[in-house]
Ligand binder design. Structure first.
Ligand SMILES: Nc1ncnc2c1ncn2[C@@H]1O[C@H](COP(=O)(O)OP(=O)(O)O)[C@@H](O)[C@H]1O
Ligand SMILES: [Mg+2]
Length: 434
């Protein structure tokens, strides 16, 4: 009997027999999706009708035009999380039509969600999710590709729904905004970047923590400058970084022989200066009250905003990069002059479309699957939507969790690499050896 079944169904049957309970469920689902595809496509409006000529054997004149329903060609594959369906686009059936039909497909296939993404021109990838791979947390140490000495030119952000690494371009970048509701992983995401780059002598950090808690205490050891939520101290730190920017601008031709430091890349003597400002909205908030103390604080907020704005706008060619993390990226919290000049934007969960649009731009409304509003579930802590290098549209990325002990240990191990970039510049420009 078994031989007959195997002979009839061949390899799929062997796979089925070998699979565990979840694997069998996925395989059954995949077969069903494939077997019923033409009917499902018709029902959810994913067919295109095409007029065809009469068959060659008909000799009588055709009075009624004949139409045929074309369904997109699909290839189905079972994955651990559900069924991957690659569909070729046909005529006017493209990404938008599939996205509009996604909820109907999910109902027809009886799966949690169907996510649609364009992988190549003419090819869409549908994920019929029995469980979402993005809901499975990864740790920084679990990702061997992330565990190497970081590259200042790109940011290994995490992995996508297929487990493939996702990178963000960070060369020629002077501003990065990381936004999202509190507790969804912004600080951990910045820690991952810190851990990647701390072992590199070609990177110096300025760490500013608006939360004022202990989050950054240990990391400060690897920072050129640091501050907590003391507005005056923050303003002073920003002034120092701004002074560095001006000095670098005046000396770049003489020291590096180029006008843009990215053309030669960050080095030990001309390090990339990463200015992390966590809970950045804290420093831009103006009370607009009339008492003396409020006026002083407001003046500090205005000056900090102006300094950050100039760093973001002019810091690119001298390798200064500001990374702002904030719970609120709307114009009332972070001046739009700062936010909109940042070349890279990343958003963890958001409550409203306005908040998502403020960070990622209006295009995000055309990507419902990667919309940060969909991430409002504790299963999506650590998942962010972003524009990744070499990928069209927005990508959802599972970022690795960095345990505090790991980050602390790296800061400790690399603390000896801290240098004052201003001192380095003076040494270079006067020709003295460090
Ligand atoms: N990438 C992640 N994967 C899994 N859990 C995470 C991740 N990032 C953060 N968390 C969890 O969420 C908590 C809050 O993260 P945190 O980075 O402090 O959020 P935020 O800075 O956005 O308020 C962390 O203490 C951790 O338990
Ligand atoms: Mg935080």
């Amino acid at each position: 009997m078994a031989v007959v079944v195997l002979a009839k169904f061949g390899i799929p049957a062997i796979r089925y027999v070998r699979a565990d309970r979840d694997g069998r469920r996925v395989l059954r689902k995949a077969w069903k999706i494939k077997a019923t595809w033409r009917r499902t496509a018709r029902r959810v409006g994913l067919t295109q009708s095409e007029r065809v000529g009469p068959p060659w054997w008909k000799t009588t004149a055709q009075t009624q035009p004949v139409y045929r329903q074309l369904a997109p060609v699909i290839r189905v594959r079972a994955e651990p999380w559900g069924v991957r369906v690659d569909a070729s686009t046909v005529g006017k059936l493209g990404l938008a039509e599939f996205q509009n039909a996604a909820d109907y497909l999910a109902a027809a296939w009886r799966v949690r969600q169907v996510r649609v993404e364009q992988v190549l021109p003419g090819l869409l990838r549908l994920r019929a999710l029995l469980r979402d791979p993005l809901t499975e947390p990864t740790r920084w140490t679990d990702c061997p590709t992330l565990d190497t000495q970081g590259d200042p030119l790109q940011w290994r952000a995490g992995i996508d729904a297929d487990g493939q690494p996702v990178t963000i371009r960070t060369s020629e970048v002077s501003g990065v905004v990381v936004a999202g509701l509190a507790g969804y992983g912004k600080t951990s995401f910045l820690n991952a970047r810190f851990c990647q780059l701390a072992p590199s002598p070609a990177v110096q950090f300025v760490l500013i923590d608006g939360k004022g808690g202990p989050d950054y205490d240990e990391l400060f050891r690897r920072a050129w400058l640091c501050a907590k939520d003391d507005s005056q101290r923050v303003r002073d730190v920003l002034r120092d970084v701004h002074a560095l920017m001006i000095a670098r601008q005046q000396n770049i031709r003489a020291v590096l022989g180029v006008k843009n430091a990215w053309h030669v890349g960050p080095s030990e003597s001309w390090p990339l200066v990463i200015v992390v400002i966590d809970e950045a909205h804290t420093f831009f908030h103006e009370t607009k009250r009339n008492d003396t103390e409020s006026k002083q604080l407001d003046a500090l907020a205005r000056e900090s905003a102006r300094l950050v704005e100039e760093l973001v706008r002019k810091g690119r060619n001298v390798a200064i990069q500001v990374v702002l993390a904030t719970q609120k990226a709307t114009g009332d919290a972070v001046p739009t002059k700062i936010r909109d000049n940042c070349q890279v934007a990343v958003s963890f969960a958001q409550r409203t479309s306005e908040a998502a649009t403020a960070v990622l731009g209006a295009d995000i409304s055309g990507s419902p699957d990667a919309h940060p509003r969909r991430l409002q579930d504790s299963a999506y802590i650590g998942v962010a939507s972003m524009v990744a290098a070499g990928r069209p549209g927005f990508t959802l990325v599972r970022t690795p969790y960095v345990p505090d002990e790991t980050a602390d240990a790296i800061a400790d191990r690399t603390a000896h690499l801290v240098r004052d970039p201003m001192r380095l510049l003076l040494d270079e420009s006067t020709g003295a050896t460090p």
